[in-house]
Design a protein around this ligand. Structure first.
Ligand code: DON
Length: 305
């Protein structure tokens, strides 16, 4: 596969979509990013990376961090599946920050990729490691090979200032006994994780273990193959929120999006992609990013279907 040629063609296809949609404005620090950015990178399972456009420009990973926190909890749980007693694995059909379902379902979030579910996963990672956000930052530095990765304090502070919805979700779950740590500590680590700045190159490389059936960049095992399979399955069914059905229809790959405009997608056994363009559709997914991944699987035939 001539990845570079494929990425050039994908970028040309996506160009008319760049600038469409809205930049996330509920986190003021994200609102300042230009909608005209577009980058895409692919890392094959041997670590070779290709990219076009703004593929080396760092952006806020936001909810893409949820895939990494789930992986770290599964890796730290040594085959013990207890996290699945506290969070489900069905699509929610509701927006990523919705509260209503939680009351009907007794404080058990539908899946680990809506905010409520990610807060439970962060809570578990906090119990397992004592410092959930630093654990994730170190892991991402090691897997991407980029020692300069850092939190963006401005984004984390901005999110904390406008974080009433996430605080409400966390308190609500605590009232059902579904948090192990104090609410302020859980939401703080969650905001720090979301604030990490990474480029398409960094994210495509760091997500390589999902394409390598659980093997890390250095060849050591992070996850059993069946655990990597499960994370990919939940990404396919829940990784793009209430648009996961539409995304499977168009792209057909496990994927995780974030309101910073990034989407990580996995072709198991072959490669991990990351695309970034900050204009979002009404469900919080990058418009040009989804178009690019749609065209990528059309060109390569590498949808999982
Ligand atoms: O919790 C929030 O609202 C953000 N830190 C992350 C949300 C997000 O990226 C959802 N994505 N589409």
């Amino acid at each position: 596969m001539d990845y570079q040629a494929v990425l050039e063609e994908v970028a040309a296809y996506a160009r008319p979509f760049v600038g469409q949609g809205q930049v996330a404005d509920y986190i003021p620090a994200l609102e300042r990013v230009s909608k005209d950015r577009f980058g895409i990178a692919v890392a094959d399972i041997n670590g070779a990376v290709h990219g076009v456009g703004d593929w080396e420009v760092p952006f806020s990973v936001q909810s893409i961090s949820k895939a990494f926190s789930l992986a770290l909890v599964m890796a730290g749980s040594h085959g013990d599946d207890d996290i699945w007693k506290r969070v489900g694995r069905e699509p929610s059909g509701t927006p990523f920050n919705s509260l209503v379902q939680l009351e009907w379902e007794n404080g058990i979030p539908r899946n680990p990729f809506i905010n409520a579910g990610a807060l439970v996963v962060t809570d578990r990672l906090q119990t397992l490691t004592g410092d959930a956000s630093t654990t994730m930052l170190h892991f991402l530095r090691e897997e991407s090979g980029n020692e300069d990765l850092a939190f963006d304090q401005g984004v984390a502070d901005s999110e904390a200032e406008h974080g009433d919805r996430n605080a409400a979700l966390a308190h609500f779950m605590a009232s059902f006994g579904n948090l192990e740590n104090p609410v302020p500590s859980v939401i703080e680590h969650y905001f720090w994780q979301c604030s990490i700045e990474m480029s398409c190159r960094d994210l495509a490389t760091a997500g390589g273990f999902l394409a390598r059936h659980g093997l890390r960049a250095d060849g050591s095992r992070l996850l059993e193959a069946r655990e990597a399979k499960r994370i990919n399955a939940v990404m396919l069914t829940c990784g793009t929120y209430d648009a996961a059905g539409e995304f499977a229809y168009r792209v057909g790959l496990p994927a995780k999006s974030g309101v910073g405009g990034g989407i990580v997608a996995v072709v198991p056994g072959r490669c991990t992609l990351c695309v970034w363009s900050p204009g979002l559709d009404a469900r919080g997914n990058s418009v040009a990013g989804a178009a690019a991944l749609d065209h990528f699987t059309t060109l390569t035939g590498w949808s999982v279907f």
